[in-house]
Design a protein around this ligand. Structure first.
Ligand code: NAD
Length: 260
């Protein structure tokens, strides 16, 4: 369906970003991977995706906290694949602490990676999309872009900001063939959440599976994690013709989290 399109997925060496990159490659997109990890594992991932789906797959180690490197990531994608049609702003980190205990450098890093990176990448990618009169920007928000939880000030602030940014880009590009939407997942079992489950198990002296059940029960009425594959499928839908007039939306995929 997306044969010949070019996608950049930030933070795609793991978790949700990897699910999205895989789903886009399966639809025929050339993909620029990005994120941290061991170089052999990333190279194995790059060659596997290219071989399995018969598409071009490249990798950029750009650090999403660094505006210059973000611009280079987009330029790299354009240089290697001749353009950029789909930008998925997905890279993200978390830190859990009450405001009074929140380390300043963690606040700055979360705002930079989870929020400002989407601005820098969109600013660099949009002229290429507008020139072709076709583009899709998909920002990976969160249930925490719509409602809050305590001890996640930086993350909740960044994700609410990302939902606002999504709406502005949607308005500015409404008649230019470009759509911009946010996907707002609830719990997805990725390394980012596994770390929170382990920390909870340790602090409460309970088993990891118990901490995982408690985490779901606390927020997500449907007591089931969403999967990176489901987020990938929703991303593909947003890139397709049926979603042509969906723009500026924050789409929940959260087992009922924000319905409460
Ligand atoms: P993850 O930790 O599995 O993956 C994060 C990815 O971002 C990795 O590839 C990592 O290398 C990359 N990354 C981190 N810092 C980076 C940086 N400075 N520069 C470039 N890449 C960087 O986490 P995930 O759960 O897959 O999270 C992906 C996105 O989904 C995040 O924006 C997160 O906030 C969002 N999200 C996750 C959940 C969940 O339950 N897992 C829920 C809602 C939203």
């Amino acid at each position: 369906m997306l044969k010949g399109k070019v996608a950049i997925v930030t933070g795609s060496t793991s978790g949700i970003g990897l699910g999205i990159a895989t789903a886009l490659a399966a639809e025929g997109c050339a993909v620029m991977l990005n994120g941290f990890g061991q170089s052999e594992a990333i190279e194995a991932l790059r060659t596997r995706l290219a071989k399995e789906h018969g598409v071009g797959v490249a990798y950029s180690p750009a650090d999403m906290s660094k505006p210059t490197q973000i611009r280079e990531l987009v330029d790299d994608g354009v240089r290697q694949f001749g353009g950029i049609d789909i930008l998925v702003n997905n890279a993200g980190i978390q830190h859990v602490a009450k405001v009074v205990d929140f380390p300043e450098e963690r606040w700055d890093a979360i705002i930079a990676i989870n929020l400002s990176a989407a601005f820098h990448a969109s600013k660099a990618a949009l002229p290429h999309m507008v020139a072709k009169k076709w583009g899709r920007i998909i920002n990976i928000g969160s249930a925490h872009g719509l409602v809050a939880s305590e001890a996640k000030a930086a993350y909740v602030t960044a994700k609410h900001g990302l939902v606002g940014f999504t709406k502005v880009v949607a308005l500015e590009t409404a008649n230019q063939g470009v759509t911009c939407n946010a996907i707002c997942p609830g719990w997805v079992l990725t390394p980012l959440v596994q770390d929170q489950i382990k920390a909870r198990a340790a602090s409460e002296g309970i088993a990891v599976h118990q901490a995982s059940d408690d985490l779901l029960r606390e927020k997500q009425p449907m007591l089931e994690f969403s999967t990176p594959e489901q987020i990938g499928a929703l991303t593909v839908f947003l890139c397709g013709e049926a979603a042509r007039t969906i723009t500026g939306a924050a789409l929940s995929i959260d087992g009922g989290w924000v319905a409460q």
